[in-house]
Design a protein around this ligand. Structure first.
Ligand SMILES: Cc1cc2nc3c(=O)[nH]c(=O)nc-3n(C[C@H](O)[C@H](O)[C@H](O)COP(=O)(O)OP(=O)(O)OC[C@H]3O[C@@H](n4cnc5c(N)ncnc54)[C@H](O)[C@@H]3O)c2cc1C
Length: 392
């Protein structure tokens, strides 16, 4: 049970209502057609979910990581894809929150939050040959006078095809490896920004993952976020901020599958009794529920630590927030995979059909073990933090 402030409680209630009234009835259709649900994104905008952490003067909710987790969890209970769109959007906004100066924020936020247009943002780090090892990126931003020329290809970018703005990471000095990476804010309308192929995914269908190609895109120096060479730290700070929200998404998917399986077990009769009366089923449900609660506790613990405004990397490391953030993501994603698989099992043959939502939830859960750093990579982060002071 979470002990929420009034504001957090209100945000959660709004998200819960929107999820139940507007998203749940669309979940099956979004999964089967794969069409990007612009109508829902418009509703997210109306409810402030696209500007969760932005100041109120831009229409934002002045929220924090806990607010983001609450919204994403509620949406994910009914649709993984419908939760991924605002999640990836908010991740795309984070490099700006972390690194933009006041002038840049004013400029970007007012463009992003214009009343007559719904603007989606994407976070563009991964490349075809640089996934877990993102530091080996090939995208470059070469400085000439007051401009940078951006060239390269990003891949599997959520919201990529539908975004108006991208937070892009590129090397301004390849010989310096991570210290040569810089972060840029890029608009879809800039000449040379090309939307490449979209992937045909296993799950999270309805949210797109797309290649973005940069063909000699001319950027102003004002497009640089932070300073040259700070991009790697900006990307890592962003991922530390966003991982609890991926954990919240996984918790939501798992909770949705658990709730459905419990209802089913209560109604389905075999051998003359409810499934819920079999001890074997009860033990499964008990383990599923325990996993979900433990994951939720980790997620909101990590979110709370981040909300104590310990964003700066040195402070963050000092109190182990990197580790907590990674733990929240890795544990919740593994729980979601297990719980959704068990939910399919509890529904038997019907669980394996598209008539029921648990197979969709199982496909959606898989993605949470892969993006925002795979679960193996999270374990590397956790172990590195644990052994930090002992390693030479
Ligand atoms: C649905 C979806 C949405 C995504 N959205 C975005 C997005 O918005 N923006 C973005 O930038 N990227 C996005 N990605 C990309 C995602 O972040 C990468 O897929 C992920 O980081 C893994 O990279 P990779 O696919 O190249 O796998 P690889 O890095 O090639 O990894 C392959 C396997 O090797 C393992 N592995 C790699 N290195 C190690 C190691 N050191 N130790 C142990 N095991 C290791 C991995 O865990 C994995 O199991 C998305 C991906 C998906 C599936």
């Amino acid at each position: 049970m979470l002990n929420l402030s009034d504001k957090h409680g209100m945000i959660q209630k709004i998200a819960e209502k929107l999820a139940k009234d507007k998203v749940a009835p669309r979940a099956k259709e979004i999964d089967s057609t794969g069409a990007f649900p612009w109508d829902l994104v418009d509703l997210y905008k109306k409810h402030g979910f696209l500007y969760l952490m932005l100041p109120e003067k831009f229409g934002g909710l002045d929220g924090d990581i806990t607010s983001l987790c609450l919204v994403i969890e509620e949406l994910a209970k009914v649709s993984g894809a419908a939760s991924l769109i605002p999640l990836a959007h908010n991740v795309g906004v984070m490099p700006i929150m972390v690194a933009a100066n006041d002038e840049q924020k004013e400029h970007i936020y007012s463009k992003m939050c214009q009343a007559d247009k719904t603007c989606v943002v994407a976070f563009a780090l991964t490349e075809p040959d640089a996934g877990s090892d993102a530091s080996h990126m090939r995208t470059t931003a070469v400085k000439e006078g007051d401009h940078y020329y951006l060239n390269g290809k990003k891949s599997m970018i959520t919201n990529g095809a539908n975004a108006q703005f991208y937070s892009v990471f590129a090397s301004t000095n390849p010989s310096k490896r991570t210290q040569g990476i810089s972060a840029f804010f890029v608009e879809r309308d800039y000449p040379g920004v090309i939307i490449g192929k979209s992937e045909d995914k296993m799950g999270m269908i309805g949210s797109d993952i797309t290649e973005i190609i940069f063909d000699n895109v001319r950027l102003e120096k004002e497009n640089l976020l932070g300073k040259e060479g700070q991009g790697w730290d900006i990307a890592m700070s962003t991922l530390n901020l966003s991982r609890p929200a991926v954990g919240a998404q996984a918790v939501g998917i798992a909770q949705g599958a658990l709730d459905f399986a419990v209802e089913y077990a209560w109604k389905r009769v075999q051998f003359g009794q409810k499934l819920a009366d079999f001890e074997g089923v009860q033990f499964m449900v008990a383990d599923m529920a325990t996993g979900v609660e433990a994951a939720r506790a980790l997620v909101y613990d990590a979110a709370h630590l981040l909300d104590m405004k310990v964003y700066e990397r040195d402070k963050m490391s000092a109190i182990g927030v990197d580790k907590m953030s990674a733990m929240a993501k890795v544990y919740s994603a593994d729980v979601a995979m297990k719980v959704t698989t068990d939910a399919v099992q509890l529904l038997g043959g019907y669980g394996y059909t598209k008539e029921y939502p648990v197979e969709r939830m199982m496909r959606d859960a898989k993605a949470t073990q892969i993006y925002e750093g795979t679960n193996q990579v999270q374990r590397v982060v956790i172990a590195r933090d644990i052994f930090r002071n002992r390693m030479g």
